[in-house]
Design a protein around this ligand. Structure first.
Ligand code: GDP
Length: 361
């Protein structure tokens, strides 16, 4: 195990003899490309790429304060589908118009089944205008959640809260971890990162680069190490350092879905063992641009690890904001944050009413 801290005056701590491998070593596990792998995103393999990601992604001193205004800007593209709904329904509400509404909702990634249901219910719904009826139906699809902003559950004050971040490579998992760390750090919390995606050397380096920029400690082992061992050490370190929050990166791809399930279950058991009675949050990062395909990934991860929340990344890069409704309806798991850009501050706590307001503004 090794530690990394950005401050030059802090000595690096070195760990157990068993972890003496070179953390920059090539990730041999990556070579096997099983047809059952669930990675659909791009892979970055080199340390240079990892460093570039960290450098490009904004200044760590950016104030991580996202507002409703950030949400409106981030939803600019998605508001197009609502404008289309307005224009269709403004011109009439005959059969053809409702069919067009259905098509518009499908094109916005709501999914065919859900679009049909929404239109049927909106047509029956007493409302001031047809647009209002659709808006109310969409609002009803969003699951209830504790008041925003969300904070990770922490049942015992002497133990850190834990967030496991899961998702497919390329979806924005690492950036989301950095955004979360920046947000909670800005609130005065002591953060520790765990580089438990040991499957890719580049993933370890990326997390380390972010930790450096954010000036938060990170626990990492060499590529190929047992992810649960990383988590165990990170929880130990979190206890020793009185961290408030440990954020764990996990593998976005394994050889088979079965491996992924096993690994996530093992990490869960490790957390239970080290922090009995803790209730780790399991956040799935869903790339909004992957549409219905992302839903299938979410279902696989939900099966593997029991998701407690969703972070919808890259909402700024799609005009298909309907995926929010589809994912909440499919999994009954709340979207807790949306990513609306590449900077640290571009993570907006998700509030259903503010979201609908911004979409229909
Ligand atoms: P990972 O492989 O899942 O860890 O993905 P990364 O965190 O490395 O992100 C992949 C790419 O998506 C990077 O170029 C990020 O800057 C970009 N990205 C992440 N989140 C967002 C977002 O909310 N909006 C936009 N536009 N880009 C994002």
């Amino acid at each position: 195990m090794f530690w990394r801290r950005a401050k030059a005056d802090e000595p690096a701590e070195t760990g157990d003899a068993g972890d003496a491998g070179d953390p920059l070593a090539t990730d041999s596990a990556e070579a096997a490309d099983s047809p059952e792998s669930i990675d659909t995103g791009p892979n970055r393999e080199t340390p240079d790429d990892a460093a570039a990601d960290a450098t490009d992604a904004g200044d760590a001193t950016d104030a991580p304060e996202a507002t409703d205004a950030t949400l409106v800007v981030g939803l600019q593209a998605s508001r197009g589908f609502v404008a289309r709904l307005r224009s269709i329904l403004g011109a009439g509400t005959d059969e053809a118009a409702w069919e067009e509404v259905e098509e518009t909702l499908i094109a916005a990634d709501l999914g065919a089944r859900l679009a049909i249901d929404v239109v049927a219910a909106a047509r029956r719904r007493p409302a001031a205008t047809p647009v209002e009826a659709v808006r109310a139906e969409l609002r009803d699809l969003l699951v209830s959640r504790p008041a925003s902003p969300w904070t990770p559950p922490r049942p015992w004050p002497d133990q850190p809260a834990v967030i496991l971040v899961v998702g497919v490579n390329g979806t924005g998992k690492t950036t989301t971890i950095a955004k979360l760390a920046a947000r909670f750090k800005a609130q005065g919390q002591r953060i520790l990162l765990a580089a438990a995606d040991t499957f890719r050397a580049a993933a370890i380096e990326q997390i380390q680069a972010w930790a450096g920029r954010l000036d938060v400690p990170v626990v990492a082992h060499a590529a190929g190490a047992d992810p649960s061992a990383v988590v165990f050490d990170a929880l130990d370190a979190g206890m020793a350092r009185r961290s408030d929050l440990v954020i764990v990166d996990t593998a976005g791809r394994l050889h088979t879905k079965h491996n992924l399930m096993d690994e996530l279950a093992k990490i869960r058991r490790t957390i239970d063992k080290r922090l009995p009675g803790s209730t780790p949050a399991v956040l799935f990062v869903l790339d909004a641009t992957t549409g219905q395909n992302g839903l299938a990934q979410a279902e696989a991860f939900n099966e593997a690890s029991g998701l407690t929340g969703i972070v919808l990344s890259k909402l700024d890069s799609t005009s298909k904001g309907g995926i929010v409704f589809a994912i909440e309806r499919a999994l009954a798991v709340p979207v807790l944050y949306v990513g609306v850009g590449e900077r640290l501050g571009d993570l907006v706590p998700f509030d259903p009413d503010a979201f609908i307001e911004a979409l229909f503004a």
